[in-house]
Structure formats: C-alpha cells, structure tokens
Design a binder for this molecule. Structure first.
Ligand code: DAH
Length: 337
C-alpha cells in the first residue's frame, strides 16, 4: 500500500490548526484539494494499483477529501470572525485595565494592630460573635441585674443558651468574653489578642454604630505588673500613631479589671482640634474574680487586659470624622486607603 492514510490524516489535522487568515486557508485548500493537491494524487495512483489495493485506496481518497472539506468549512467561519474583529478593534490601543480590589480600611487597621502585638509575642485568636451571658457578663464579674450591665447594652437572640436553662444567647457587646473563653481552655502563661465584631443597640450617628470592631488583649502569668501594662500600651501607641504620640492613663472603672484605667491621647499631636484628650482604650489588671470564674487557683496568677475600638483608632489615625463612612461601601472613600 503506497499511502499511509492514518499518518496523512493526523498531519492534516495538526496543520489546519496553524491556519489563521483567508490566505492561509486558501493555501491549505490548494495543497489538498487543488489540481496538484494530495487528494488528486491519491486518486491518480489508482491506475497503477493492484486489484485488491484499489478498493482501499479509493476509500482512503474519498475519506481524505471529506475530511479536508469538513476542516475547511469549520475553519472558514472562524477565519471570517477573526478578520472582522481585527477590522473593528484597534489592537494597538492600551488595555482598559482591570480594577483590583483591596483590603478594607477597618481590616487593614485590625491587621496593623494585631501585627504590632504579634511582634511583641502575642498570638491572635478569634472567638464567637454569638455568646452566652456567662462569657459576656457573669464570667467577667458583671453580675445579672447589676447596673454595670447597662453600660454594655446588648442584643439578645431568640434562642436559648444550651448551657444555661432559661437564659438566652446574645450578640457579644465587647470582645472581652474572648478572655473568658481562652482562660477556660488554656493555662498561663498566655498572651493573646482577640479582634472582631461587637454589637450594641445604639442609634446610628457620626460616632455610633450598632456593629463595630474591637481588639482585646490579655496577658496572664505568675508575675505581671501595672507597670508592664503601661509600658506595653505606650509602646503600642508609639508604633501605631508614631513616635511623637502623647498619652495619659486616667483612672476608671471596669468590673473585670482592678485597678482599671482609660488611655487618652493628645489630639493636638494628631492634628485634630476638637478636644485635647481623646479616649482610645480601656485597660487594667485582671480582676481576681475573673480568674476565679475560669477556674484558676486563687492568688496564683496576675494578668493585664485591654480593649480598644478599631473604628475609633482608624478615625483618629486617618482623620475620619464619621463612623458611617466605614460601612457605606462608597468606593470614593474606600479607595483613599
Ligand atoms: N470591654 C470594654 C468595653 O467594651 C473595654 C475593656 C476595658 C477591655 C478594660 C478590657 C479592659 O480588656 O481591661 O468598653
């Protein structure tokens, strides 16, 4: 048999893939179907073929012709469309570019805060947004029906707490319940940061939102002092706001820390005129009652804790005057950061 039809077909199928223009398509057609083309040559060879080969060559020639015709037809539509596209499109124009999203300013701020503490040896942990009264209040020395609960006004869910009959689950009103969860699970030494969303039924205005973000910090060991709390937060503020930051510790009350303080920073340094001192966080030494609630041995450990509002930190650092801007998803705002 003078023709290897299998091999010829394979070659044709590969070759047709390189055809891209009308001219190339015509050359391809002539090469196989033209007067001097291959199909013609195969038919011509029938004259010299031996009797039993004739049928095979005849069939091969017909199949080849059919294949090439089909390939040409399929390719013709494609070549035409490509030609039209080139007429319309100026492919020398620069591309339109693809808008690439980026991390939201609040996420950036939260990452910046957690990274500062991670570099000091803290680890970042996330705890649930749906909490029990025990973690959100009781374990933090905020007793049931005690007026201090009012300060942490709370959204209750229409769902019973599976661990406390008759009590409902709630949306955590601060990240401090993370402290209780972590201490219940782990023994000191501990140095953790808990970032996340918190919820309070506040009317929305320029400085309030029913949902916002906090970052909680907790460090527990056998020896921890208020001095260390001050040093830690001072260093944090320098790294976050810059080396010129001026801050003060002002005595305050929180049920879960004793003594407690709030930290203010001098607004003048940040170029904000509104008020001299702006509160940025709450902190203190972990109240022994909290250690008791999580089952630590009496008197064995000391701890420092702090909690800050992420929106507040970002507003001060970047001069943003309305908290609602964070949630409106207006790209003209978001793009600036
Ligand atoms: N949980 C407090 C709040 O939401 C903030 C806070 C104050 C957290 C003192 C602490 C702390 O860990 O020690 O207002």
């Amino acid at each position: 048999m003078p023709w290897n039809f299998q091999e010829i077909e394979a070659r044709i199928k590969t070759e047709v893939q390189t055809v891209g223009t009308p001219q190339e398509l015509e050359a391809f057609r002539l090469k196989y179907l033209g007067k001097k083309g291959l199909v013609h040559a195969v038919f011509a060879s029938l004259g010299q073929a031996a009797g039993q080969e004739k049928a095979a060559i005849g069939k091969g020639a017909n199949d080849l012709k059919k294949l090439v015709e089909e390939l040409i037809e399929a390719k013709a539509g494609w070549v035409k469309a490509a030609e039209k596209f080139e007429e319309r499109a100026d492919i020398s124009l620069p591309g339109a570019g693809q808008a690439l999203g980026h991390t939201h300013l609040l996420t950036q701020t939260m990452q910046e805060i957690t990274l500062i503490f991670e570099r000091m040896g803290f680890i970042t942990v996330e705890t649930p947004e749906i909490e029990t009264e025990f973690h959100n209040f009781t374990g933090l020395n905020i007793p049931v029906d005690h007026p201090s609960r009012d300060a942490f006004d709370t959204f209750y869910l229409d769902a019973e707490d599976p661990s406390a009959k008759g009590r409902r689950l709630l949306l955590r009103s601060h990240t401090s319940p993370g402290q209780v969860r972590i201490m219940k699970e782990h023994k000191p030494p501990l140095a953790v940061i808990v970032p996340g969303r918190v919820y309070r039924p506040d009317a929305v205005d320029a400085s309030h939102s029913f949902m916002f973000h906090q970052v909680e910090g907790l460090l527990v060991d056998e020896k921890v002092s208020f001095c260390e709390l001050k040093g830690l937060l001072q260093e944090f503020c320098r790294r976050f706001f810059g080396p010129k930051v001026v801050m003060r510790f002002r005595p305050h009350f929180f049920p879960f820390t004793e003594p407690s303080a709030e930290v203010d920073i001098d607004a003048g340094i940040l170029g904000i005129e509104r008020k001299k001192w702006l509160e940025i966080l709450g902190c203190g030494m972990v109240n022994p009652r909290v250690f008791e609630a999580v089952g630590y041995s009496k008197g064995k450990y000391k701890g420092l804790a702090f909690g800050m509002g992420v929106e507040r930190m970002a507003m001060l650092k970047y001069g943003i005057n309305d908290i609602r801007l964070f949630y409106e998803n207006d790209v003209r705002f978001l793009r600036q950061f």
